[in-house]
Design a protein around this ligand. Structure first.
Ligand code: ADP
Length: 278
């Protein structure tokens, strides 16, 4: 078996460098993940190890109420936002992991500023929050489908950067994962949804409308990566054509964030020898 990639390797292959001078092009990032993991077998072994480590790290963080971690998961339909979350946290207690899927805003959401519904769902200390879609929908679907005036959308990149800076400065780490998939792979997955009876519920005809807007979405994502990969909350582009490689890459990055928080079990405030249990 070839050497497994280290966290450093995975970070280097996926990071959108906040200081890069060159405009971001999605074509510079692979969709397959073969450069990171030689084989699916390697990816599966790596995921297994990292998913177990995530459980151990999160258990200590939960006990110690150490910092908060927000994982922002963005990607075009079928890119695997649900599947990635499920795999990375398959051994972790659901107690401290909260997933919020942000669909079309409700009437109440729309009666507030667009960040209101997101800020309400940010994780508390010791917990992990996963945003399945996020504040970035307000500069992706909203931009592509022209749901808000362009000058309002234009202001949002900097507003989002400042929102994330506020979170980071107040004890929340922010990990942003863009699940990057080819148009061909999306076609295969949409067809699979129609063909497999258990997957039909996931098919939504509006996904085909979005598929027609593929170049517009790609351009909108490139602008997001260009303008919102910041030193405090950089973007990572996760190759997502191969489910096993995608899950392994995301799990490695999540484990890296948890390790960086150096979780420790809290001092219980007593010595076990003080007690005897009959
Ligand atoms: P998913 O496709 O993630 O499984 P849904 O089928 O509920 O979930 O789709 C959610 C839809 O809500 C997507 O089409 C997404 O673009 C849309 N959406 C999310 N946020 C916004 C927003 N702020 N404004 C308009 N539409 C949004």
């Amino acid at each position: 078996m070839a050497d497994q990639p280290s966290l450093k390797d995975v970070r280097a292959a996926t990071l959108v460098n906040p200081k890069a001078k060159k405009p971001v092009s999605l074509s510079d990032f692979e969709t397959h993940g073969g450069k990171i993991f030689d084989s699916k077998k390697d990816a599966k072994a790596s995921l297994e190890e990292d998913a177990l480590a995530i459980n151990g790290l999160q258990d200590a963080r939960f006990a110690g109420k150490a910092g908060a971690l927000l994982i922002v998961m963005q990607g075009i339909d079928t890119s695997g936002k649900d599947g990635t979350t499920k795999e990375a946290f398959k051994y972790t207690s659901p107690l401290g992991v909260h997933v919020h899927a942000f669909g079309k805003p409700t009437e109440e959401d729309l009666a507030h500023d667009y960040l209101w519904r997101l800020h309400k769902r940010t994780p508390r200390r010791g917990h992990i929050g996963v945003f399945n879609r996020s504040q970035y929908e307000d500069v992706l679907v909203v931009k592509v489908r022209k749901l808000a005036p362009p000058e309002l959308v234009e202001q949002r990149y900097e507003q989002i950067n400042q929102f994330e800076k506020h979170l980071v400065e107040n004890g929340t780490r922010v990990l942003k994962l863009m699940l990057h998939m080819s148009k061909k792979e999306q076609g295969d997955r949409l067809r699979e949804r129609l063909e497999v009876p258990e997957k039909r519920w996931k098919f939504n005809p509006s996904d085909l409308e979005d598929r027609k807007l593929w170049p517009e979405y790609e351009a909108a994502y490139e602008t997001v990566l260009q303008r919102c990969s910041t030193p405090w909350a950089p973007w990572h582009v996760v190759p997502s054509d191969s489910r096993s490689r995608r899950d392994a890459i995301a799990a490695k990055l999540i484990r890296g964030e948890l390790e960086a928080m150096k979780p420790e079990y809290p001092d219980p405030g007593y010595r076990p020898e003080q007690f005897s249990i009959d």
